[in-house]
Design a protein around this ligand. Structure first.
Ligand SMILES: Nc1ncnc2c1ncn2[C@@H]1O[C@H](COP(=O)(O)OP(=O)(O)O)[C@@H](O)[C@H]1O
Ligand SMILES: [Mg+2]
Length: 299
């Protein structure tokens, strides 16, 4: 399922939340990365036809978003960022309800509920009230409801926020598995969510697309610019003011900081191979001086 965005603009009153986004999304898993407030949820709500764009066009498969919203709703599944629950229902009842809202006929619904529960590994707890579910189980149920109707495009908004590291890994693996014969559009502000799973990545910042390509290409943006530098405790402030620090750890002699710099910092850094997080920081720092620095970490 191909998704094409052309010059997409969204204004909320005087505020421009999306500022002319052009993007081509193909099959498999696609990562939409960006800090809070970047416009990720706005973009996803437009794709799901929940809010109209101010201008620009969106084509999803054979359909035009503005002219054929009904057709588009039939072929996509959506897991919103704040997926609310009817906590008194069990998973089976909840899916039955949502399936009915999606106009899936009763007999077909029964079959599909069984399939999606199985896909997200919740069959064993389908009769338990969802109010008692763990965070990871709740997110998997969120995916299950998005999969009802067997959509070819699944849109998932920040699903790993609030999950513990183990749940997060399990959830990522689930999404990867689902993306086999579907397009999965995943938004996140966590670089690690993208790393293992996405074939393509877009970085959104303040309503603008600042990167589009493979995770490897994003990593390469920091090539030759990532350094480790040993410093004394008293140098911290100077270094912090001069460079964009990504991480730091303490040693018996002081600190080792990992930072981004076009040149060898203080003439005594050692260059290291960049990771995806470094690439993300590099594109973010290239476009905006207002991007907040990460909190200093005194390990
Ligand atoms: N309904 C709305 N009315 C006014 N401003 C909004 C509305 N929804 C979002 N915004 C603003 O648009 C920007 C992008 O928000 P959002 O799309 O939620 O970003 P993200 O999901 O990347 O955090 C933010 O500055 C947000 O405050
Ligand atoms: Mg959001």
């Amino acid at each position: 399922m191909n998704v094409t965005l052309q010059n997409l603009v969204k204004d909320y009153g005087n505020f421009r939340a999306l500022n002319g986004v052009n993007l081509q999304i193909g099959g498999g898993m696609f990562g939409l990365l960006g800090p809070n407030g970047a416009g990720k949820t706005t973009l996803m709500r437009i794709l799901t036809t929940l809010i109209p764009p101010t201008s620009g066009s969106v084509q999803i498969g054979p359909y035009d978003l503005t002219r054929e919203p009904g057709e588009i709703r039939q072929i996509l599944g959506y897991m919103p960022q704040d997926f609310g629950f009817y906590r008194g229902l069990n998973a089976h009842e909840l899916l039955d309800y949502i399936g009915a809202m999606k106009n899936i006929p009763r007999k077909e619904r029964v079959k599909q509920i069984e399939t999606v529960l199985n896909e997200v590994n919740l069959t064993g707890v389908a009769k338990r009230r969802v109010g008692g579910y763990s965070g990871g189980m709740r997110q998997r149920l969120g995916i299950a409801q998005a999969l009802l109707g067997d959509p070819k495009l699944v849109i998932v908004d920040e699903p790993t926020a609030g999950l513990d590291p183990e749940e997060r890994i399990r959830f990522r693996n689930l999404l990867t598995r689902l993306s086999g014969d579907r397009t999965v559009l995943l938004s996140t502000h966590i670089v690690g969510d993208i790393e293992a799973s996405c074939a393509q990545v877009a970085v959104l910042n303040q309503g603008q697309l600042i990167f589009f390509g493979t995770p490897e290409a994003l990593t390469a943006r920091a090539e030759g610019r990532v350094w480790e530098l040993e410093i004394a405790q008293r140098e911290w402030e100077t270094i912090e003011n001069r460079y964009r620090i990504i991480a730091s750890r303490s040693t018996p002699r002081g600190l080792v900081v990992r930072l981004i710099s076009p040149e060898n910092p203080e003439g005594r850094g050692s260059q290291i191979a960049p990771g995806l997080e470094d690439g993300y920081m590099a594109v973010m720092s290239a476009v905006s001086a207002t991007v907040e620095k990460p909190e200093a970490q005194y390990a």
